[in-house]
Design a protein around this ligand. Structure first.
Ligand code: AMP
Ligand code: ZN
Length: 501
């Protein structure tokens, strides 16, 4: 391996040199979505980040086995299915298809294996049996199987939580079934209206955590190199995965390197379905396209919070325009032929081409340093600037070597940068047109945001006055004016409310 990765391992909290279990091979797992609705842009960050890891490891020459799951049995899926009078299989199957569409739009590669929890029930049952045999799980009177955290040495090693402190601070009611408040469910008995499977403990279904442990074991064995997920999963999900896998298989560490990405936030609050502050990935992609979505999601280092805002979108839009303008120019110059050689110009372009090798090294270095994507973008734009500077210098394009230089530059964009980042592959002319349309739409609606709430309140008062004096034409005019500026008003018992649309 001629590329050494240094990765921040959540287990140690340190940046560590990656040494895989088997040299040249790499096993990786990422916790995927629960399929009961469209994913939001925060979930898409999870997918895109794991896809970046996969691409980077492959590009570095590892033979990668990459497994990603779909949680297709879960309370939320069951609730939705019951509300809609459908089976949970039907709901899950529908949203697996929908999620895949968004993943494809965001240029995500197919993992080596995509697993669904319901297809791994037997391996889960086998694993639970092993844990019970090891004396680290127990069956309650009601037929629930619980993991006994106190019987597993090292519980808390990933999240840095200490069981005694946890228990002291626990506000969780210790049910009479649980020996410790942090014992968690491996198997629960069936309830009417829920999917269930036969097991040694009667009909039931698995707890959430066991699916990842069982799928990993089945697909890749008792130990893997990389495990990825959002930082919300560190505790308890990943902590519990470690407990289950190490208890069942007796191998430690279950995972060599844990990688956790930070949240995508909306107005500084985590975007989440349960909070209701979601922006669907689908809506975003329909508006801005997958290339821009991916660009935005990778513009911030995966371990840093990404606040989703108009400004973030604008930055990505401008960066993409800059890149694709240079790409368009390079595409045109690549075709330039039948020019007279000029030794001075040849040497400038020759120097540019040889510099590209250095940029490639810098790019690989940035990626191997804990996937430093902001640095990757900075390397790219230094090269773009250099290309722009030379090609816009008087006479510099009138020489045969310009086409080779343009070709090398394009190769850098599409292969070196593009294959790792999953970006830069659009046809420049059509794509610039698309970006131009986005820009003009944003310009025409940005006036709406510039109407301050005070200005809106004044207009609402004017409309109220107009209505009071029965001047309905004027009242309608004000309503339409507000709408044109992107503000929708609604009359209700509490008066008139408004929102940006
Ligand atoms: P879920 O469907 O909630 O299990 O989430 C699927 C993946 O998306 C997990 O890796 C989560 O950690 C991740 N995720 C959920 N919400 C966010 C968010 N706001 N920002 C980043 N990742 C998230
Ligand atoms: Zn998981």
């Amino acid at each position: 391996m001629n590329q050494t990765f240094w990765l921040t391992n959540s287990l140690s909290g340190k940046k560590e040199k990656l040494e895989t279990i088997e040299p040249g091979k790499l096993t990786m797992y990422s916790c995927g979505p629960t399929v009961y609705g469209l994913i939001h842009i925060g979930n898409l960050r999870s997918g895109v980040v794991s896809d970046l890891f996969y691409r980077a490891f492959q590009k570095a020459g590892y033979e990668v086995t990459y497994v990603r799951n779909y949680t297709d049995v879960d309370d939320k899926i069951i609730n939705k299915a019951n509300e809609e009078g459908r089976s949970s299989e039907e709901v899950a199957a529908e949203f697996v298809i929908e999620v895949e569409k968004d993943y494809q739009s965001a240029h995500m590669l197919e993992p080596t294996l995509k697993t669904k929890a319901t297809e791994y029930i037997q391996p889960m049952i086998r694993m639970i049996e092993s844990i019970i045999k090891e004396g680290k799980a127990y069956v309650t009177e009601t037929g629930e199987v619980l993991f006994s955290v106190e019987d597993f040495q090292g519980y808390g090693k990933l999240s840095g939580k200490n069981l005694e402190e946890l228990e002291a601070g626990a506000r969780v009611e210790v049910s009479d079934q649980k020996r410790s408040p942090f014992d968690f469910t491996l198997w629960k008995p069936a309830k009417p209206g829920e999917p269930s499977w036969d097991s040694p403990w009667g009909k039931g279904r698995p707890g959430w955590h066991i699916e990842c442990s069982a799928m990993i074991h089945e697909a890749m064995g008792p130990q893997i190199d990389i495990h990825h997920g959002g930082e919300d999963l560190v505790f308890p999900h990943h902590e519990n995965e470690i407990a289950q896998s190490e208890a069942a298989c007796g191998k430690s560490p279950f995972v060599k390197v844990w990688l956790h990405h930070a949240f995508l936030t909306f107005n500084q609050t985590k975007m989440s379905k349960s909070l209701g502050n979601v922006f669907n990935a689908r809506t975003f992609i329909e508006q801005y396209g997958g290339e821009l979505a991916r660009w935005m999601l990778l513009s911030v280092h995966y371990r840093k919070i990404l606040d989703f805002s108009e400004e973030t979108i604008d930055h990505s839009l401008s960066a993409l325009e800059r890149l694709y303008e240079a790409k368009l120019r390079a595409t045109q110059l690549k075709e330039r032929r039948t020019l007279r050689p000029d030794p001075v110009k040849e040497s400038v372009w020759g120097e540019f081409v040889s510099q590209i090798e250095n940029y490639k090294k810098e790019l690989n270095e940035a990626i191997s340093q804990d996937f430093n994507t902001p640095e990757v973008f900075s390397v790219l734009f230094r090269l773009v600037r250099e290309f722009n500077r030379i090609q816009s210098t008087e006479g510099m394009i009138d020489t045969p070597s310009v086409s080779l230089a343009a070709e090398c530059f394009l190769n850098f964009i599409e292969k070196d940068f593009g294959e790792i980042m999953g970006l830069g592959g659009e046809e420049p002319r059509a794509y610039l047109k698309f970006l131009g349309e986005i820009r003009s739409k944003r310009m025409s609606t940005s006036g709406a945001e510039s109407l301050s709430s005070d200005e809106i309140e004044v207009l609402i008062q004017e409309r109220k006055d107009a209505r009071a004096s029965k001047d309905y034409a004027k009242a309608d005019e004000i309503r339409n004016h507000l709408l044109e500026r992107g503000v929708e008003i609604k009359d209700g018992p509490q008066g008139t409310t408004w929102k940006y649309v």
